[in-house]
Design a protein around this ligand. Sequence first.
Ligand code: FAD
Ligand code: NAG
Ligand code: NAG
Ligand code: NAG
Ligand code: NAG
Ligand code: NAG
Ligand code: NAG
Length: 543
Amino acid sequence: MEISKLSPAFSCISFLVLYIFFYTITPTFSASLQDKFIKCLHRNKNVDFPLENTFFTPQRNASIFIEVLESTAQNQRYLTKSMPKPSFIFKPVHESQVQASIICSKKLGIHLRVRSGGHDYEGVSYVSQIETPFILIDLSKLRQIHVDIEDNVACVQAGATIGELYYRIAEKSKIHGFPAGAFPSLGIGGHITGGAYGSLMRKYGLAADNVLDAKIVDANGKLLDRTAMGEDLFWAIRGGSGGSFGIILSWKIKLVPVPETLTVFTVTKTLEQDARFKILSKWQRVADKLVEELFLRVFFTIAGNNSTKTVTMSYIGQFLGEKDTLMKIMEKDFPELGLTQEDCIEMSWIESIVYNSGFPTDPPSSTEILLQAKSPIGKVYFKAKSDFAREPIPVLGLKGMLKKFLEEDAALMIWTPYGGKMDKIPESEIPFPHRNGTLFMIQYYRNWSDSDKRSNSHIKWIRELYSYMTPYVSSNPRQAYVNYRDLDLGRNKNNSKVNFIEAKIWGAKYFKDNFNRLVKIKTKIDPENFFRHEQSIPPLCLS
Ligand SMILES: Cc1cc2nc3c(=O)[nH]c(=O)nc-3n(C[C@H](O)[C@H](O)[C@H](O)COP(=O)(O)OP(=O)(O)OC[C@H]3O[C@@H](n4cnc5c(N)ncnc54)[C@H](O)[C@@H]3O)c2cc1C
Ligand SMILES: *[C@@H]1O[C@H](CO)[C@@H](O)[C@H](O)[C@H]1NC(C)=O
Ligand SMILES: *[C@@H]1O[C@H](CO)[C@@H](O)[C@H](O)[C@H]1NC(C)=O
Ligand SMILES: *[C@@H]1O[C@H](CO)[C@@H](O)[C@H](O)[C@H]1NC(C)=O
Ligand SMILES: *[C@@H]1O[C@H](CO)[C@@H](O)[C@H](O)[C@H]1NC(C)=O
Ligand SMILES: *[C@@H]1O[C@H](CO)[C@@H](O)[C@H](O)[C@H]1NC(C)=O
Ligand SMILES: *[C@@H]1O[C@H](CO)[C@@H](O)[C@H](O)[C@H]1NC(C)=O
């Protein structure tokens, strides 16, 4: 490791020195690391807590340790034997313990990862592939939710799930909602800081567009609210993605109005039923221009097998209003889909959350299921990627895309319409830049089970599909959604090699020009890069 090899303008020279220092003392870390950490916590905050329920090490009880590690981890690819494991897991029960954790991990020179809901697509909240040892601060015990209907706000701790938040809002009001993701087990902490979209997006924007205040602990262990952190940092954490700026303890969010009755529907067409892509082409032309109250996605899946194999396209819609109004809109703007009264189901907003969540709909699951904090699809191995379309994909492109799609036995692709409120928010309002001119977002997703030994071929396939799509999607940069983290786009190699020029390649895909401002803010508030992972925002090194 020679300093002279690194470009002086962009390499973290001070970091390199730090790295060597920690690296040489690494062998002294062992089972006693936890003891040192606990001692340090006591010294710093004089905090009192039951160790049994807050500290988990492989030495004390390996099976419980693994259970806790895996409890909320969504992607099995990052739980295999070969993946590095944290030295211990700490679950703070008080916010001051998060402050003390930062101070102590800094003091002991041990790398820290933070997890709220564990849905990170590349597992960076619970696996460090670039440096060991590391510890895991798991916020799942910090999950209080306070809903204030009179003031239209809620305060939510980072470890709560989005399903719990929705449930607590609906418990108090039938006409209030919040525009975040569809999947109930998503963690408030990681989800909102990456943007967070859902079926209210075309009407109200992202969850990050509806944040009023936040509490965060910075790299010095200081607890800051919006006033104390200042507008730069407050801008960065609303979409700049987790694990770069500090540990978010809670969000104060603005609730939005929803009607008492809304309408959902699913209309499924097979490839044969839309052989000339009349319906899919029309969807591409109208989906972003429909009234803001209507959110109409397309889910592509594979049905049948061998010679009977086909693609099914499910048009899954949600309308903020009653059935009759929806029917009129669809007859006028999208008659090709052939929506009928019988396809439409009227329900409350909270019931629509359950309908869209992946939990069983026949018979409908009760809304209490949202409190389970368990993922509706269970444990899967998966790889996913994202794209943004700014022009309709022509029929020739659709044909090739579905031909490639059909090479697998099972796969999922989701097209999510933009437009509406998303067009009206300026690109630099928050770090999330995918705004005016975006027709729809594409997510490619392949999951498989434990017994399937062809992981590599599934990953190869999804990369080929992504490559096939190149001419049809955004370019310069080819945009991607940071909450659908994709390490194929690039990664920070390790501490000694944080390089702004390299990072900008993936940074611009997620954030366009906002990446530069994120780097500036990072440099100001965490110049030593304490909060870091495979795709964290790097600081510029001012040596
Ligand atoms: C099945 C599934 C469905 C999804 N559906 C949607 C959807 O409908 N809409 C959507 O927008 N996204 C969706 N996502 C993506 C999701 O928004 C991201 O994975 C998000 O990062 C999850 O947040 P988390 O807290 O659960 O994840 P974690 O894995 O806990 O965290 C993600 C990242 O944020 C960091 N982080 C976690 N907590 C904090 C904190 N308190 N402070 C600072 N940094 C923190 C972590 O270190 C990591 O870098 C989905 C993901 C999955 C797996
Ligand atoms: C670990 O915990 C499990 C569950 O509580 C218990 O059954 C087991 O005996 C423990 N093992 C050890 C080695 O303490
Ligand atoms: C194969 O397709 C048939 C007909 O669609 C279906 O009934 C069967 O379950 C499928 N088998 C597998 C293994 O997917
Ligand atoms: C599909 O074809 C493969 C090999 O061609 C065969 O092994 C498999 O059993 C077939 N599946 C079904 C459900 O017919
Ligand atoms: C969005 O872009 C279009 C085309 O470039 C432009 O005509 C329109 O004014 C823009 N809308 C907003 C709200 O910026
Ligand atoms: C993949 O995910 C879908 C839901 O999107 C689920 O129905 C299916 O069972 C999963 N497949 C595996 C192999 O886990
Ligand atoms: C970090 O990168 C340098 C240069 O590529 C390499 O020599 C070193 O081994 C890496 N360290 C780790 C822990 O991967």
